[in-house]
Ligand binder design. Structure first.
Ligand SMILES: *Cc1c(COP(=O)(O)O)cnc(C)c1O
Length: 421
């Protein structure tokens, strides 16, 4: 459920008509709903409430500092995968003890940054990383709390580019080597083992792969405890999928996910950490764009809009589907016809939808892409020298620009012409 509904014939974000925001900030823009973000965060905290837990928002899904602050103020932790994300979480006022540092290639600089500013734990993904962290922490005279990210060799049955828990994926440490590497961690100065971490992929629409992975985690917890390690936290990663179409898919609910976690891991006395990104932010955001032209091709019609693949990369990158709806509500008897919805970028990949049934929209009409709050703005680029588009946050009947649209001058002024030219 989200808070983007038609009222009086116009699509609203909570109580604000999107066309009012468009008139004020121009198009295209991203628009997020505070109420939806809060609701999704609450679903996870409720689902885990019988167990000690921390819901860490995966910052890579949506890293706007206002979004992070909204969630952080509700008590969310943050899962970060770079120094930049760590600093964004801090800028949002999230204390270090609620920030988990994940990622397959942390540099020594990033380790030092997080150790200096405070961190809940590092999710370590390899032996060389463990050794490097030990050195950095020892030099700083600090102990680094760690979990090892184990690769359970479970197929998440999701898109290849976002599957991370198979042995051929680059992530984590093979579970068969857990014993050996935990033993090494226990010997290393500056390292304090606190738990186990896994993250098997994103946009999972079935609980079975999670359950397979968490069952391995439960067995491993008992084994590692028997080997003398202090396992007090289990980080289960993120990955719960969302419906990208209103019609058919129905991924598991956070409550089902929570019940399964309780069943599989509840008797271990561990604090549970989860790292959802997409489920919290995905359906809390829209991308709003305007039709530039309606063009008749030989075989089909094209709706050319002012948003492009550089603004929302998911369709070009993962062949992802987004529902695209008119901002003015179509009347029940209106004509519907298939169109290709495309952006202005000079690549055929800049196609958002092929032969999508839409009302007969014309130049100037507004459309909204649903489910664009996660992996939308964060993946944007300036390809074709299109400045990054603004982000807007709605709260009931108010809205605020939480990242303004840069001017062309700002974009161009970042380049430098060398002295010799
Ligand atoms: C991407 C990622 C997440 C979030 O995944 P979602 O599918 O957005 O829930 C969580 N943890 C790690 C380590 C990740 O890489």
């Amino acid at each position: 459920m989200d808070h983007f509904l038609y009222k009086n014939g116009h699509l609203h974000a909570e109580d604000v008509p999107l066309r009012d925001i468009a008139a004020s900030v121009g198009t295209p823009f991203y628009c997020y709903s505070s109420a939806t973000l809060k609701r999704h965060f609450a679903l996870f905290t409720e689902a885990l409430s019988p167990l000690p837990h921390l819901v860490c928002f995966a910052v890579k899904a949506n890293s706007n500092v206002a979004v992070l602050k909204l969630l952080g103020d509700l008590g969310a932790g943050m899962d970060v995968v770079s120094g930049g994300e760590y600093l964004r979480a801090k800028a949002a006022g999230v204390p270090g003890e609620r920030i988990v540092f994940s990622g397959v290639g942390k540099t020594r600089e990033e380790m030092g940054l997080a150790l200096g500013g405070g961190v809940r734990q590092f999710n370590v993904e390899s032996e060389p990383e463990l050794e490097a962290l030990s050195e950095v922490a020892t030099t700083m005279g600090i102990e680094a709390p760690i979990a090892l990210r184990l690769n359970p060799d479970v197929d998440a049955k999701t898109h290849d580019k976002i599957s991370t828990g198979r042995k051929e994926d680059k992530f984590g440490i093979p579970i068969a080597r857990a014993s050996e590497i935990y033993a090494r961690a226990a010997q290393l100065p500056g390292i304090r083992v606190v738990g186990i971490d896994m993250h098997i992929g994103s946009q999972l629409t079935d609980l079975a792969p999670f359950e397979a992975a968490y069952t391995k985690m439960a067995d491993l917890t008992r084994q590692l405890r028997a080997e003398g390690h202090f396992i007090e936290r289990l980080d289960l990663g993120g990955g719960l999928g969302i419906p990208y179409t209103r019609s058919n898919e129905a991924p598991p609910l956070p409550s089902d996910y929570g019940a399964m976690i309780h069943r599989v891991l509840g008797d271990l006395g561990c604090e549970i950490e989860i790292e959802p990104g997409r489920l919290i932010a995905g359906n809390a955001g829209l991308l709003v764009s305007q039709v530039i032209y309606r063009k008749a091709g030989d075989e089909r019609e094209f709706l050319i809009i002012d948003a492009a693949m550089n603004d929302l990369m998911r369709p070009a990158m993962y062949a992802a589907h987004h529902d695209i709806v008119p901002v003015s509500e179509p009347a029940p008897g209106d004509d519907i016809a298939p169109v290709d919805i495309v952006g202005p970028v000079c690549e055929s990949g800049d196609t958002f939808a092929r032969q999508r049934d839409m009302p007969l929209l014309v130049a100037g009409d507004l459309v909204a892409f649903r489910s664009a709050g996660a992996y939308g703005a964060v993946m944007a680029s300036e390809y074709n020298s299109r400045p990054l588009i603004p982000e807007v946050l709605v709260n009931e009947d108010q809205f605020a620009v939480i990242r303004p649209r840069p001017g062309f001058d700002e974009m161009i002024a970042r380049d430098r012409i060398p002295d010799w030219m």
